[in-house]
Design a protein around this ligand. Structure first.
Ligand code: AKG
Length: 248
C-alpha cells in the first residue's frame, strides 16, 4: 500500500498538491509509451498540441495507468475507499507547442459538487524546457477571476494575470513514470515547449460517488462501491497484457 502519512495529508489540504511520486520506473514507462504510440497516436497533431480524451474507456493501457495502485492508494487516503474515474486527458506538446495559461480546473467541468483529484502522469520525461506543469501552492484556497483569451485554442478563459502571484511557484519536473496529485482548485499552467522534445502527460481525473457528472460518457468505479447510483457506470476495457508494474 502507498499510504499517505499525516504530513502528506496536511500538505494536500494546505497546499493543494502532492508529489512527485513514482508510478513505475522510466524503463517500465518506455514499454507503456510504445503501446500508447502504436495504439493511440496515429494522427498528426494540430497547432503543436493535441488532447486525447477519455481513452481509458476504450484502451486498456490508458486504463491501467489511471488505476495504478500508486495513484489510487494515495487518492483513497484523501477521498476514502470508494473512487470514481470520470475522465482522462492526454496533454501532448510537440516542440513549439503552445502555453497553457494559468487556470483552475473547477471552472470548466460538468460535475457537481466540483470535487476532483487529478494525477498528472509523465509519459515522457518533463522539465522546464519541454513545458512541465507549474503550480501555485495554496492557490486552491481562493477563487481567481477569469478573463477571456483569444490566443489559446485549448482555453477560451484564463485566470486574470493581475491576481496571479507566482512568487512561490513550483515546477513539476518529472521522470517518465512519475506523477503528482492536485486539487481541482489549484492554479496551474505550462509554458511553450521550448525544447526539441515532445512532452506527453496523462491527467487522470478521480472523484467520489456522491459527485454527479453530466458528461456524455459513463464513469468507472475503480475502488470500492457506488451506493448512490447517481451516474451511469461501465466496465473497463478487457486486459490482454498486464502493465509492467503488475510484477512490482
Ligand atoms: O499539461 C498541461 O500543460 C496542463 C495540464 C492541465 O491543465 C490539467 O491537467 O488540468
Amino acid at each position: 500500500m502507498n499510504t499517505l502519512n499525516k504530513d502528506e495529508i496536511n500538505q494536500f489540504h494546505e497546499k493543494g498538491y502532492l508529489g512527485p511520486y513514482d508510478l513505475c520506473t522510466p524503463e517500465q514507462m518506455s514499454i507503456v509509451r510504445e503501446r500508447i504510440e502504436t495504439d493511440l497516436l496515429g494522427t498528426p497533431t494540430v497547432h503543436g498540441m493535441a488532447q486525447y480524451q477519455t481513452r481509458h474507456l476504450d484502451n486498456r493501457t490508458v486504463y491501467d495507468i489511471c488505476v495504478a495502485p500508486a495513484i489510487l492508494d494515495r487518492v483513497a487516503c484523501l477521498y476514502g475507499p470508494d473512487l470514481v474515474l470520470w475522465q482522462s486527458n492526454f496533454f501532448m506538446k510537440e516542440p513549439g507547442g503552445k502555453e497553457i495559461p494559468w487556470h483552475q480546473d473547477r471552472n470548466y467541468w460538468p460535475i457537481e459538487p466540483v470535487l476532483n483529484i487529478s494525477a498528472w502522469v509523465a509519459i515522457d520525461k518533463v522539465d522546464s524546457e519541454n513545458s512541465c506543469v507549474k503550480l501555485i501552492p495554496a492557490s486552491h484556497r481562493k477563487s481567481f477571476p477569469e478573463i477571456p483569451t483569444e490566443e489559446h485554442q485549448a482555453f477560451s478563459q484564463r485566470a486574470d494575470p493581475e491576481f496571479v502571484d507566482t512568487t512561490d511557484m513550483v515546477e513539476m519536473a518529472l521522470e517518465a513514470g512519475q506523477f503528482f496529485l492536485f486539487s481541482e482548485r489549484l492554479l496551474h499552467q505550462s509554458d511553450v515547449n521550448r525544447s526539441d522534445r515532445r512532452r506527453m502527460g496523462l491527467a487522470v481525473r478521480l472523484t467520489v460517488p456522491l459527485v454527479r457528472c453530466w458528461h456524455d460518457h459513463p464513469m468507472v468505479i475503480v475502488r470500492g462501491e457506488d451506493r448512490l447510483n447517481f451516474n451511469e457506470v461501465t466496465e473497463p476495457p478487457a486486459q490482454d497484457t498486464p502493465p509492467p508494474w503488475a510484477e512490482n
